[in-house]
Ligand binder design. Structure first.
Ligand code: SAH
Ligand code: F3S
Length: 442
């Protein structure tokens, strides 16, 4: 028997990266005689799955690599691998700034890691690098997981072809590619057989999804949801992230489907038409409002969340006021808010940025205060209601409590005498502390 080696993996960034890291674990365990460790000091292979969406995220990578350099000093057999978006963005340059790195892999080449490890193990100090975008082949190499959680991610498409002026994703994850309907159905069927009750469809723009049936008929995202809701055992379907321009009436109508969960994350970025145009978002604030108006006609109490950037180059106070107005009118129950970060290689990077950092921070703070209030109000409204909760596990604080997620994607904690993980139960919300909901089984 060859010696079992240990790997440690750290993940930065979005859910796509989390998904890739999980799959990377499955690949290493099934093909390379590796087992996972949660202690970096024990590992023979250190993997860092990175994010480059903002400058801060990118700098975090080099800080971490600095810390790992020390581990390598103690044990020269340790291999260091860098994956994800910084890997694609920087490529071989990573080795210049961090010579301790042995392997560089991209979001689309996680399945090639075993052969890259072999190359790097030859110890010729040559970088094993593959940051290409070999279409959608990685999914052919991902093993079927041995065990599953009650809720599982399912990637349905990769990359992005929208090219918003500020964003690196189309360059780091490549152009949009879709998995076939057959493949997605096969995967979800398998998950259902393993007891999975909820799936979260993942992609940079899930609602741009397109595939074909064997008869050649086009399958859109709304059709995919219809097909997936027919699978026995799958009780709840979530998705993230969507883009407003592909949010057609067919998808809005799908919100009548009771298996489609009662939350929607729909990034808007700004409430100003001038800024939206400069960002190349391809829609106006009114068009966004119309989508939400129609969705809320079907789901008045939907948990609606968004992404917003403040301080885009040239954003005036008037533009910012329009963002605040949109946030109020849409009554978002939460939002990821960011200060614009100039990313090398994107069109916006060439636009002169005149706003001071103090003003950007002030705008961010004002926006976040508004969202905090709205978020509180949304949770408060749930007090006294009964929610259908899918139980995911034991609460972090005590084993006498379980936690799960309501249909509108809120975490709920409640006492339970027996272990009911994996089951749906009705919970009455009795208390709300900051962002956590507490309740009792009814
Ligand atoms: N569709 C994607 C969006 C990717 S990036 C998804 O899966 O979520 C997530 C969010 O980061 C964007 O919606 C945007 O609000 C923010 N973002 C992207 N590039 C940025 C930049 N250069 N500066 C600040 N925020 C940015
Ligand atoms: Fe980025 Fe815009 Fe695509 S934010 S991920 S380029 S939709």
């Amino acid at each position: 028997m060859p010696e079992v080696r240990k790997f440690f993996i750290q993940t930065h960034g979005c859910q796509m990266n989390e998904y890739d890291s999980n799959k990377l674990c499955d690949i290493l365990k099934s093909t390379s005689n590796y087992e996972e460790t949660k202690v970096a000091e024990e590992a023979d292979l250190l993997l860092l799955n990175t994010c480059s969406i903002r400058e801060k995220a990118q700098e975090k990578v080099f800080d971490q690599l600095g810390r790992w350099k020390k581990l390598k000093k103690h044990n020269s057999n340790v291999l260091i691998a860098v994956g994800g978006c910084v890997a694609t963005q920087e490529g071989e340059n990573i080795k210049k700034r961090a010579p301790q790195v042995d392997i560089v892999f991209g979001p689309q080449t996680i399945h090639r890691i075993p052969s890259m490890i072999n190359k790097a193990s030859q110890k010729n100090n040559k970088l094993a690098i593959d940051v290409t975008f070999p279409s959608i082949e990685k999914f052919d190499y991902i093993p079927i997981p041995k065990s599953c959680a009650v809720s599982e991610f399912v990637t349905i498409m990769e990359g992005c072809s929208k090219y918003c002026s500020f964003c690196v994703v189309p360059y780091t994850r490549g152009e949009e590619v879709n998995r076939s309907l057959d493949e997605v159905l096969f995967e979800v069927n398998n998950l259902a057989l393993k007891g999975v009750k909820e799936i979260v469809l993942l992609g940079q723009n899930v609602n741009s999804y397109k595939s074909n049936t064997i008869n050649g008929d086009i399958v859109k995202f709304s059709d995919l949801i219809k097909y997936l809701s027919l699978i026995d055992g799958i009780e709840r379907i979530r998705h993230t992230t969507s883009h407003p321009i592909d949010f057609g009436d067919d998808l809005i109508e799908e919100y009548r489907n009771t298996k489609l969960a009662n939350n929607l994350h729909l990034p808007v970025q700004s409430g100003s038409d001038t800024i939206l145009a400069q960002m190349k978002r391809k829609h106006t604030s009114l068009e966004y409002r119309n989508i939400i108006r129609k969705v809320k006609m079907i789901r008045p109490d939907i948990n609606l969340t968004t992404d917003i950037i403040v301080g885009y180059p040239g954003e005036t106070d008037h533009d910012f006021q329009q963002t605040l107005k949109l946030v109020e009118d849409m009554n978002f129950s939460d939002a990821y808010t960011f200060i614009y970060s100039s990313r090398p290689g994107t069109p916006a990077a060439g636009v002169k940025d005149t706003l001071s950092i103090e003003e950007k921070k002030r705008r961010l703070y004002e926006l976040q205060e508004l969202i905090r209030e709205q978020s509180k109000t949304y949770s408060q409204k749930m007090l006294g209601t009964t929610q259908k909760v899918l139980i995911e596990g034991f609460s972090v604080k005590t084993s006498k409590e379980l936690y799960g997620r309501s249909d509108n994607n809120k975490i709920v904690n409640f006492p339970s005498a027996k272990n009911m993980i994996g089951k749906f139960t009705n919970v009455m919300i009795t208390e709300i502390r900051t962002n956590t909901l507490y309740g009792e089984i009814v």
